[in-house]
Ligand binder design. Structure first.
Ligand SMILES: NC(=O)C1=CN([C@@H]2O[C@H](COP(=O)(O)OP(=O)(O)OC[C@H]3O[C@@H](n4cnc5c(N)ncnc54)[C@H](O)[C@@H]3O)[C@@H](O)[C@H]2O)C=CC1
Ligand SMILES: C[N+](C)(C)CCCC(=O)O
Length: 505
């Protein structure tokens, strides 16, 4: 029964799927909600139809999940890195085998295109493979001390970690948090976004099938209240959060009460700087990749596109031509390149940013309107046409705030010095990008960016080998890459005396 939603995927099309199985997972199985009374409908963004009910977990359920994770942690943390790696590689293999079904369910729940969803699932099994590879390498140091004494350090897990995720990359975020956590010997309780609750439990089933101890990866459903129960629970050692800045601050505050470690992956308003000596075709493609993946709902998007004045006309002509040509529609069709936004309120919020931009003097070169696809079943979907805004100034709302939708703001600049200053004039600092053929300038600009990533001559290329995370209010801590091991483990120093104790007393 557990896998029936997934098993129905091959024949599923937009507007047909209803998910009825329980979406919580602990103790090695799906768990029905204790009471249904606070159930919230989850909508299929492409149709506006109800996909399933999300029933938030209360205090007792959260505690049950955490206790189950703790029991699993006791077993898992005693296994060697190589033993853990073997189980994780099996999980990666199963995930790869089911990639198409998982991608379909992800696209149905999130609205991203099937083409992108497949890339997301492929990133996910690669993340597990990557951390499986690191699991066997975890080690401490041996340090010699006077008189034959010595010390060594052990890299140990933290215990039960909590992951709280956003709705834009539901499966990737669950994997990005769980894979390094498990590689280091931790257990993890994961809370998906209430708007995208259906695929985290598939990940739980895969880990279970691969052979992790029951409880090692738990899923609890819920929103702010359930999230705050997790952040306050005394048995939780660490919280890794992906989402908005205001919620990130709350998570940090709550976690501070019991001194839990925190990783925050928050929002952005990243600059993409295009110099006149760039390869224009690539810069245009880069600007589209920086703005329109997952309907523009990506934290590291380069939404402030600074273009050197001399090439502005050519850049705009090309970028508008290509933006207008983006096929918007049914996310499950292979030819679609943009699906619906996550929700009606999100669509309204993004359209609101476009009208505000117009009021403040920006010019809409294309898009920015609600979009009704010709297919009748998509009439109730949350679609909009991708938008390019020209005539933007640094003080406009659309240039200062994270829109989280398919809206690119284009700004002219004259000199390198000026654009660096303007690019950094934001409280965010997640990513940045530069297009130029001048190799020295590229590295000079990269070094000047107050951001966790700088892409040179590309954008949004974030493979799992590379640390990902923010400067300034975009958060702290890193995900992906080798360094993330540091964020899911701690060092114990063991000091060994080989002679007699020299006492001062
Ligand atoms: N930069 C990013 O990665 C993201 C940015 N956003 C931005 O945030 C806006 C709002 O979207 P939301 O999904 O509501 O973001 P959010 O930051 O409120 O939610 C993210 C996660 O935190 C949980 N959460 C909410 N309140 C909590 C609390 N008090 N304690 C613990 N957990 C809590 C949510 O249930 C969800 O799982 C979006 O319109 C977008 O602009 C949203 C998601 C990701
Ligand atoms: C793009 N990716 C998958 C590296 C980050 C996901 C976090 C986010 O966009 O909210």
């Amino acid at each position: 029964m557990a896998q029936s939603t997934l098993d129905s995927m091959p024949g599923a099309s937009t507007g047909t799927v209803v998910v009825t199985e329980p979406l919580n997972f602990w103790g090695g199985k799906r768990v029905k909600p204790r009471e249904e009374k606070n159930a919230e409908p989850v909508f299929e963004p492409a149709t506006g139809r109800v996909l399933c009910q999300m029933v938030p977990c209360g205090a007792e359920e959260v505690d049950e999940a955490i206790q189950s994770a703790y029991a699993a942690y006791q077993k898992w943390s005693k296994m060697s890195g190589m033993e853990r790696a073997r189980v994780m590689l099996e999980a990666a293999r199963i995930m790869r085998e089911r990639r198409e079904k998982i991608a379909k369910l992800e696209a149905i729940n999130n609205g991203k295109t099937i083409t992108e969803a497949l890339v997301n699932i492929d990133i996910s099994w690669k993340i597990i493979e990557y951390y499986a590879g690191l699991a066997g390498t975890l080690a401490g140091q041996h340090i010699q001390l006077p008189g034959g004494a010595f010390a060594y350090s052990r890299r140990e897990p933290l215990g039960v970690c909590v992951g709280i995720g956003a709705w834009n990359f539901p499966f990737v975020i669950a994997t990005m948090k769980s894979a390094p956590a498990l590689a280091c010997g931790n257990a993890i309780v994961y809370k998906p976004s209430p708007m995208a609750p259906v695929t985290a439990v598939i990940l739980a089933e895969i880990y279970k099938e691969a052979g992790v101890p029951d409880g090692l990866f738990c899923v609890v459903q819920g929103g702010a209240e359930t999230g705050s129960l997790l952040c306050h629970h005394p048995k939780v050692a660490k919280v890794s959060f992906t989402g908005s800045v205001p919620t990130g601050k709350k998570v940090m505050e709550m976690s501070a009460k019991s001194v839990k470690q925190v990783t925050l992956e928050l929002g952005g308003k990243s600059p993409l700087i295009i110099f006149k000596d760039c390869e224009l075709e690539n810069a245009v493609k880069g600007a589209l990749m920086a703005n329109f993946l997952t309907q523009g709902q990506v934290c590291c998007n380069g939404t402030r596109v600074f273009v050197q004045r001399e090439i502005m006309p050519q850049f705009l002509e090309e970028v508008v031509k290509r933006t207008k040509a983006i096929p918007v529609g049914d996310p499950l069709l292979g030819s679609t390149r943009m699906g619906p936004l996550i929700s009606k309120p999100q669509l309204e919020k993004v359209l609101g940013f476009v009208s505000q931009a117009k009021k403040e003097g920006a010019r809409v070169l294309c898009g920015g309107d609600p979009f009704v696809p010709s297919d009748p079943k998509l009439k109730g979907g949350y679609f909009m046409s991708p938008c390019v805004l020209d005539n933007c100034r640094d003080d406009m709302t659309c240039v200062k705030e994270e829109i989280f939708g398919p809206v690119m703001s284009v700004l002219p600049f004259d000199t390198e010095e000026e654009v660096i200053q303007r690019a950094n004039n934001t409280t965010f600092g997640l990513a940045s990008g530069v297009f130029t053929r001048d190799i020295s300038r590229a590295h000079r600009v990269a070094a000047s960016m107050e951001a966790g990533t700088c892409f040179i001559n590309n954008y949004n290329n974030n493979p799992m080998e590379l640390p990902f995370g923010g400067y300034k209010m975009s958060g702290f801590g890193r995900e992906n890459g080798q360094v993330t091991i540091e964020y899911y483990s701690q060092l114990k120093t063991v000091v060994v005396e080989m002679g007699d104790v020299e006492s001062l007393f």
